[in-house]
Design a protein around this ligand. Structure first.
Ligand SMILES: *Cc1c(COP(=O)(O)O)cnc(C)c1O
Length: 384
């Protein structure tokens, strides 16, 4: 029997292809969630399957006590996509990628005069380990049940407040450029740029948590590119492995020495060879212009949906294929998600009042069209 920690819909999928999933009764669903922004190339991707098969017949694991060629190749690939200046650590999840970022920030801060504080933003989400929970800027994630939490984390309501509260003990500031769990909230570009400039002057690290918004989700490899900033540290996970568990932390400054950090499974042969393949595919999707076309098509369809249902929807929010619709009556949100499931389309919630869309980045025309027509039906049912 499983622990009682998830609130699950009573449906189980047995098969998937592209953006379509089938449940145990053979009913099909259009997947506008990709897990939670994980399966960027969709389900049962032939190239991904081939790499998994090939690597599993070659070598799966040796430990990080030895050189791992696909790991180094993936590090170089990511570093190149970032402009060539970053070094990489590989973990197994987003929370672990952020744990690496925390340790980097702490060590960097310690050397600067025992600075240890890490500041985050309200409505952020940084993971479920005890330290990343402490770093998450939402008090509902800090119930007394799990106390005490590690010290050294603060969060403030706005970037202005963060700037006002920087002090001689601040080692780093972490932000999601588009907040994923606390509502789909793209941060204000001018404010982010102001923050980046001040942090740079004060020698405080800027960390962007791109676990959800990174890896082409918002249209560029990193959302920081859209914001025209160069973070000191960037964390990745969700979309990087198309479903194989991988997290990554990229740092501009070399901070660790041998022994400072590690992981038994992190950066293994299987996940790093898959991730390199995923990045190449996504890079091609971007460079061919197809990704940008899919984004503008998806946005148009969402805008139409909002316009046609302005009685219940407030507005569209988001960037790229990380999109949300703000629902006027938050009580209606669950109904819409349930009706969507009934009508055969998977969508997510974010925060208290946002319907969230994280479709595969290679979503094809037919599936996009079918998904929206099912969603329309679901919305009309939810209104009744
Ligand atoms: C999902 C998420 C995490 C945590 O990732 P896990 O793989 O679940 O540990 C951290 N930060 C952001 C922004 C996320 O969306």
């Amino acid at each position: 029997m499983l622990m009682n920690n998830y609130l699950r819909a009573d449906v189980g999928f047995v098969r998937g292809y592209g953006a379509t999933l089938w449940d145990e009764y053979g009913k099909d669903y259009i997947d506008f969630a990709s897990g939670i922004g994980v399966c960027a190339l969709g389900h049962s991707h032939k190239g991904v399957a081939k790499i998994i098969s090939k690597q599993s017949k070659t070598l799966l694991h040796t430990s990080n006590l030895y050189n791992i060629t696909p790991q180094s190749k993936l590090a170089d690939k990511i570093s190149n996509l970032l402009g060539g200046e970053y070094e990489l650590f590989f973990a197994n999840s987003g929370a672990e990628a952020n744990e690496c970022a925390i340790k980097l920030a702490r060590k960097f801060g310690y050397k600067q005069g025992k600075k240890s504080e890490i500041i985050s933003l309200a409505n952020s989400f940084h993971g479920r380990t005890i330290a990343t929970l402490a770093m998450t800027g939402q008090d509902k994630f800090h119930p007394d049940d799990f106390a005490p939490y590690p010290n050294g984390f603060k969060f403030y309501n706005s970037i202005d407040e963060i700037i006002e509260n920087l002090n001689e003990n601040t080692a780093a500031v972490i932000i999601e450029l588009v907040q994923g769990e606390g509502g789909i909230n793209p941060l204000d570009k001018a404010k982010v740029q102001e923050l980046a400039k001040i942090l740079n002057q004060k020698n405080i690290l800027l960390i962007t948590d791109e676990v959800q918004c990174g890896v082409y989700r918002t249209g560029e490899f990193i959302t920081a590119k859209l914001y025209e900033i160069e973070p000191d540290i960037i964390t990745f996970a969700k979309g990087l492995g198309n479903g194989v568990p991988i997290g990554a932390c990229a740092s501009k400054k070399p901070i660790f020495a041998p022994g400072d950090h590690g992981s038994t499974f992190g950066g293994g042969f299987l996940v790093t060879s898959v991730a390199e393949y995923v990045l190449n595919e996504l890079e091609n999707l971007k460079n061919s212009g197809k990704l940008d076309k899919k984004i503008s098509k998806f946005e148009k369809k969402l805008d139409k949906l909002v316009k046609e249902n302005s009685d219940i929807f407030e507005k569209r929010v988001g960037l790229g294929l990380m999109q949300g619709i703000v629902v006027k009556d938050s009580n209606l949100l669950n109904t819409i998600i349930l009706k969507a499931l009934e009508c055969g389309v998977l969508v997510l919630r974010s925060g208290s009042n946002t319907l969230r869309f994280l479709p595969p980045l290679n979503l094809d025309k037919k599936e996009m069209k079918e998904g929206f027509s099912r969603l329309k039906l679901a919305i009309s049912k939810a209104k009744k």
